[in-house]
Design a protein around this ligand. Structure first.
Ligand code: CA
Length: 488
């Protein structure tokens, strides 16, 4: 078995040149070669912002860059044909494809309707701050540019629970439609966080349930994806998501699904997993915030507690680990970007530990030119170390507030596998760790080449490993380092 390694293959500020699918296809072989075997692609359907849309302002989910809508046929990323070519190129190179699915809301309606609403307080959506009154809401989606191709379904106000814009009064608010309730099974932030943005889908409406399933099956037939990344699941009825995933798996049973539940409270993530029957994985948002704290505490963070109460610690089987993403990068809604000095440490931790499926951020691997952010050094090497050497039983040495590490014993299927990772937010130092008695008498070296010493493993399988201040060292066998030196 090879380790799963995911890459989020986009960042927010990719150039708006409609060339991303072409680049994806062109880079598919290299991605496979560096050790990526799963790729999460951005939402591929037409957004309200047309050629400038990153994809989360969903307009028409049947328009994968094919119809002249929102001022363009191609999306920001390219045409539907180029998208298909990119997906096939990835799969040909042994890379599974996850498609980004946004089921919470729609934007850029074709027409407005008069709807009776009750306005709710922004900070507590359960509290009404108006009586019933009419607004003019953007809720009619007729898709004239597509003219019924693939689906004749048209959306109107009855399919939504609420919106945030009254076109008549030119005014923002949290407007819940007459006869609708916010879904009770959503996050409790702001009283009830069913409503996020745009026209919010009424996921109790039988036609909405049927249409989103019909679309999902259509999408699977068009794009032979291997799974989904589900956007904004804390804003969507938990039962609805669970049932939608079940419907998709009835069509293709091995789909890998990871949900974005943006909360740093692990109990909310585990509650979500409980009520959805653990039918999907979730991004380990609490671990991201642990990285941020560790990186911004001037050495006063207790590294022994790095994984404490994270999803990875509590339910590793359902955790997708990450360092940053398109929302946490500078300029974005959830900006909480991990400082550069800590990035190699965070990546060593998510890529080389056994727990969780790690997701490498495009902006970390390739850099973010828009903000002058350079690629994370040695990320390619860390990915290769994961692919080739991060196997076998794990031993944790998270027993010091500034200097912690872990080891992998390796296994017989992967020659020269096994490693020792030592990291610090302090001045550096050394630590005795156990790598396994089968390493007795062997020499280990720092594959990241920060430390030039050689560590000889004792007859008892222990060695004394070193790390420089504010960094990470990854100790491997000498043949492993030579291979890495030649191949990364
Ligand atoms: Ca919602």
């Amino acid at each position: 078995m090879t380790n799963k390694t995911m890459m989020q293959f986009f960042e927010w500020y990719l150039p708006e040149n409609q060339l991303h699918w072409k680049r994806t296809a062109a880079q598919a072989e290299e991605l496979g070669r560096i050790g990526i075997n799963m790729v999460w692609l951005p939402p591929a359907y037409k957004g309200a912002a047309g050629a400038a849309s990153v994809g989360y302002d969903v307009y028409d989910m049947y328009d994968l860059g094919e119809f002249d809508q929102k001022g363009t046929a191609a999306t920001k990323y390219g045409t539907k044909g180029e998208y298909l070519t990119a997906v096939e190129a990835l799969k040909r190179n042994g890379i599974s494809v996850l498609c980004d699915v946004v089921l919470n809301h729609r934007m850029g309606a074709d027409g407005a309707e008069q709807v009776m609403v009750i306005e709710g307080a922004r900070e507590n959506r359960n509290q009404n701050i108006s009586g019933q009154h009419p607004i003019t809401a953007w809720t009619r989606f007729d898709f004239p540019g597509r003219a019924g191709t693939y689906s004749g379904f048209r959306w109107n106000a009855s399919h939504f629970s609420g919106t945030d814009w009254d076109e008549a009064a030119k005014r923002n608010g949290i407007f819940r439609f007459e006869g609708k309730t916010w879904n009770r099974e959503t996050d409790s932030e702001n009283g009830n966080y069913d409503y996020l943005m745009g026209a919010d889908l009424d996921t109790d409406h039988p036609e909405v349930i049927q249409e989103t399933r019909d679309w999902g099956i259509w999408y699977q037939n068009e794009i032979h994806m291997d799974g989904f990344r589900m956007d904004a699941v804390k804003h969507i009825s938990f039962d609805f998501c669970r049932d939608w995933i079940a419907a998709m798996r009835a069509h293709k049973k091995d789909l890998f699904v990871v949900g974005e539940y943006w909360s740093n409270k692990t109990e909310k993530l585990t509650h979500y997993l409980d009520v959805t029957g653990r039918c999907l994985s979730l991004f380990d948002v609490p671990l991201h915030f642990q990285f941020l704290k560790a990186a911004t505490s001037d050495g006063h963070f207790d590294l022994a507690r790095l994984f404490e109460n994270t999803l990875t610690a509590i339910d590793p089987e359902h955790s997708v680990t990450f360092v940053d993403n398109h929302d946490t990068q500078p300029g974005q809604a959830l900006c909480s970007f991990i400082p550069a000095w800590f990035k190699p440490i965070a990546y060593a931790v998510i890529l080389l530990r056994d727990a969780g499926v790690p997701c490498v951020f495009y902006g970390d691997y390739f850099g973010i030119p828009h903000d002058g952010i350079a690629p994370v050094p040695q990320l390619a090497r860390l990915i290769k170390i994961r692919e080739c050497y991060a196997y076998g039983p794990e031993h944790l040495f998270f027993d010091d507030n500034a200097l912690v590490g872990f080891t992998r014993e390796g296994d017989e299927d992967h020659p020269d596998s096994g490693l020792a990772v030592l990291l610090t937010d302090g001045v550096g130092g050394h630590k005795r760790m156990y790598v396994g008695e089968h390493f007795a008498g062997r020499r280990m070296v720092d594959a990241l080449e920060h430390v030039s010493d050689v560590v000889e493993i004792g007859a008892d399988g222990w060695g004394t490993f070193m790390v420089r201040g504010g960094s990470v060292s990854v100790w491997t066998t000498e043949p492993a380092r030579e291979f890495l030196y030649l191949n990364t």
